[in-house]
Design a protein around this ligand. Structure first.
Ligand SMILES: NC(=O)c1ccc[n+]([C@@H]2O[C@H](COP(=O)([O-])OP(=O)(O)OC[C@H]3O[C@@H](n4cnc5c(N)ncnc54)[C@H](O)[C@@H]3O)[C@@H](O)[C@H]2O)c1
Length: 277
């Protein structure tokens, strides 16, 4: 690894930056002195972030807030050209924006498609646009795609969201393999799957047991500098050991010929509770 990713010479592009984990990442990177491109839907939250970023950085030319709807085709290409023109090469691409629209079985197919446009296709497009540039630049760089435990252990209730996050996991694993197999990349460009635990974000009230977005960002920064690909955050209710046992339980649905989602199946719930909590 050439140099730490998070330093004042580097630039970060964060999607879904107006709120939650994205906002905390943008502010943390700005405090380090990094150049920041923050992407979100137009509105007061993005305007407020712009002011906050300006108050943190000593050079307003170092921040760029882009109002864009990532569900729209071509948005990734538009963002790519604006950011590279105005901030230069990007060292951190964090695909963090999320749509939770119509994520249950009651949602329409159109809603599921739009959710996929934001949660999966915007991630894929941005990663594929930035990866060759990052490799060509030869600087330390990382693509962080934000997944979810719901994309790994697949709890019932929000199928569209879980499916999109499972696809993000699969894509990012492929991306990491591609990066380490690419002969032009000598380890300077990496990718990472960030899997937050229960985190207080959006306009939600902070509840006991949840982490704050700043805790997720600290955990992520340390894990990236350590070289971890899977960054699975615990929270104050679920430890890393519990997460590991839940992931193993889910994989064993296949290897032990159990029904899918057996953790939530009446016939297996007691055994699952014992094994996983
Ligand atoms: N909060 C949690 O407990 C939790 C748990 C697991 C995973 N995650 C993941 O972490 C990431 C951040 O989640 P969060 O809870 O901080 O989110 P959040 O809801 O606080 O913020 C998401 C941001 O994405 C933006 N966004 C939504 N649709 C968009 C679009 N079409 N174009 C541009 N921007 C759009 C929103 O405006 C918002 O600012 C997400 O990928 C989420 O799936 C969060």
């Amino acid at each position: 690894m050439t140099s730490p990713l998070f330093n004042q010479h580097n630039a970060a592009l964060i999607t879904g930056a107006a709120m939650g984990i994205g906002r905390a990442t943008a502010l943390a990177c700005a405090r380090i002195g990094m150049r920041i491109a923050a992407v979100d839907l137009p509105g007061p939250d993005l305007d407020a972030l712009e002011k906050e970023l300006d108050s943190v950085t000593d050079n307003p030319a170092h921040t760029l807030c882009i109002a864009a709807d990532l569900s729209e085709q071509g948005s990734a290409a538009h963002i790519f050209s604006r950011v590279t023109d105005q901030l230069g090469s990007v060292n951190l691409l964090m695909n963090n924006a999320v749509s939770r629209e119509g994520r249950t079985f009651d949602g329409t197919t159109d809603q599921w498609r739009r959710l996929f446009d934001v949660n999966l296709w915007a991630v894929v497009e941005a990663s594929r646009l930035f990866m060759p540039e990052m490799i060509k630049n030869g600087q330390r760089a990382a693509i962080v795609n934000v997944g979810s435990k719901q994309g790994i252990t697949n709890p019932p209730g929000t199928p569209a969201y879980n499916m999109s996050k499972a696809a993000v996991k699969s894509f990012t694993e492929q991306l990491e393999h591609e990066l380490r197999s690419n002969e032009q990349n000598h380890g300077q460009v990496t990718s990472h799957l960030l899997v937050p635990g229960w985190t207080t974000t959006g306009k939600n009230e902070h509840k006991q047991g949840a982490w704050l977005p700043e805790q997720v960002v600290d955990y992520m920064m340390q894990a990236i500098d350590r070289g971890s690909f899977y960054i699975v955050c615990p929270d104050d209710e679920v430890s890393s050991d519990m997460d590991n046992r839940r992931i193993i339980w889910g994989a064993e649905d296949i290897t032990k010929d159990r029904p899918p989602l057996s953790r939530w199946h009446a016939g297996f719930r007691e055994a699952a509770d014992k094994a996983c909590s």
